[in-house]
Each structure stands twice: as C-alpha cells, then as structure tokens.
Design a protein around this ligand. Sequence first.
Ligand SMILES: NC(=O)c1ccc[n+]([C@@H]2O[C@H](COP(=O)([O-])OP(=O)(O)OC[C@H]3O[C@@H](n4cnc5c(N)ncnc54)[C@H](OP(=O)(O)O)[C@@H]3O)[C@@H](O)[C@H]2O)c1
Length: 250
Amino acid sequence: MSRLSVVFGGSRGIGRAVAGLLAQRGQRVVVISRNQEAAQATAVALPGADHVALSCDVSKEQEVQKTFEAIQKNYGTMRYLVNAAGINRDGLLLRTRPNDIVSVLHTNLLGSMLTCRAALRSMLGQGGAIVNIGSVVGMKGNAGQCAYSASKAGLEGFTRSLAKEVASRNVRVNLVAPGFIRTDMTAGLEQEEAGGGGAGGGGGGGAHTRIPLGRFGEPEEVAQAVLFLLESPYITGQVLLVDGGLQLAL
Ligand SMILES: NC(=O)c1ccc[n+]([C@@H]2O[C@H](COP(=O)([O-])OP(=O)(O)OC[C@H]3O[C@@H](n4cnc5c(N)ncnc54)[C@H](OP(=O)(O)O)[C@@H]3O)[C@@H](O)[C@H]2O)c1
C-alpha cells in the first residue's frame, strides 16, 4: 500500500496540522498551497525526511491537473487526499462583490471537486481515502456568510455523492465540519465578540458563550478527526462535526 498523502491547504492552519499527524503516522506528505515558500517551510518541519512541497491554486483546473501529473510521475500513487484549502470573503450578500462569490465557490467547492477528480484516476486502481474540510456553517447557514455557506453545503453534497460513486472501488470519501478553530482564518475574530457559526467569520454575538466546550478548537483537534476518517476502513459518506458542541447550540 502506498504511503503517499496529499494535503491541499497544507501550509497553514488545519491543513498543516493534518500534514503533521500524517507524517507522524509514517506517511510521505505532499504539502500544497499557492505560496510555495510557505508549503516548503511546513514540509521541511514535518517529522521524517522525504516530504514534498508544491505550489498549486486549486481554483485553476490546469494547475490542478499538472500538479497531479507531477505527483504521479515523481512520487507515485497516493493513498490519502485531504482538501483543506479554503478562503472566506464574509459580508452580507448585497455588499459582496460577484468576484468574491466566484472566488469562494471556485476555491472551496470547485477546487475540492477538481482535486478529487484528479486523485481518483490513481486511487480507483488501488483504493484510498479522501477527507474534505467543510464547515458547520454549510449545515446551518450564517448571516454574512452566504457564499461561504453555499460552498461548504455544496461540498457536503458532493462528498456524500462521490462516496456512493466510488465505494465499490474501495475509495472512501468523508467530510469533517469544524466550528470555530484557531487559525489565520479566524485570527480577526475576538472570541468575546465573534458569533454566528464560526468557520471563518461571522456575524454578531458571543461565540465562546455559544460553544458548549467554551473555547475555540485547535487545528490539531480537527486533524485528529481527519486522521480517524482516513484510517477507518468501514466509514464513508459521513460528516463528522468538530465544533466543541456548537451545532447543539445553534
Ligand atoms: N478556522 C476555522 O474556524 C474553520 C472552520 C470551519 C472550516 N474551516 C475550513 O478549514 C479549511 C482550512 O482553514 P484554515 O482555518 O486552516 O485556514 P488558513 O489557516 O487560512 O489556511 C488555508 C490554507 O489554504 C490554502 N489556500 C487558500 N486558497 C488556496 C487556493 N486557491 N489554492 C491552494 N491553496 C489555497 C492556504 O495557503 P495559500 O494562501 O498559500 O494558498 C492555506 O494553506 C478551509 O476549507 C476552511 O474553510 C476553517
């Protein structure tokens, strides 16, 4: 079985934490982000010696295609794919520029669809597992996050559908839906003041008081759930919330 794992959005935040856990499990990790230097810095800091850093914008089909061709040619067939690349452009819909809506959908939804499609070319032969990173906001919605919420809800439907398409070929596809996680994406949010669904932004009112566990999550705590789904041979088409109980409170 291949020990190659590919993590999109692996340079920072949740993706970097996933890359770290996979490296600890003996995987050779391909860390991918638009910023090559940041991906490289993460790759060299991982446990183990033979990790790889690549630059790719997931919203661009040709870049994704070329990236997977390079991975297949230079590093072989992958076992695990994690889609943690994502952006937010929060704001009320009427104040959101169409270009920003397109960017969010292209990165968060289309990007993951393109990477899954490219990965399947090799995974269908030997099996494998994919985890997409969604959001609680995709499940419940949040004022000020229409585009982001739509992208994550779409990703959930995509994950469930793809899981049904490829299960017979021993490829599993699951989704982790985080709540508020402490990363660059939420760096501007004051825990005392932030509100409404987390997952990269929000509207009004007291996030920490709405999280039953009373704090933001850490990227490593999401990574644990990602690893669990990657390694669980009888789970596919599922959504696993990692939100400190936030969903209960929404
Ligand atoms: N933090 C939260 O509270 C939270 C909650 C729920 C869900 N999520 C989701 O979890 C995922 C990771 O978020 P995070 O908080 O870890 O964010 P982050 O710290 O901002 O990291 C985002 C990562 O995605 C990469 N990226 C962004 N756009 C990309 C593109 N077009 N092509 C390739 N890579 C791209 C970034 O690198 P470059 O900028 O160099 O490309 C970076 O590695 C996202 O899908 C996010 O929506 C986060």
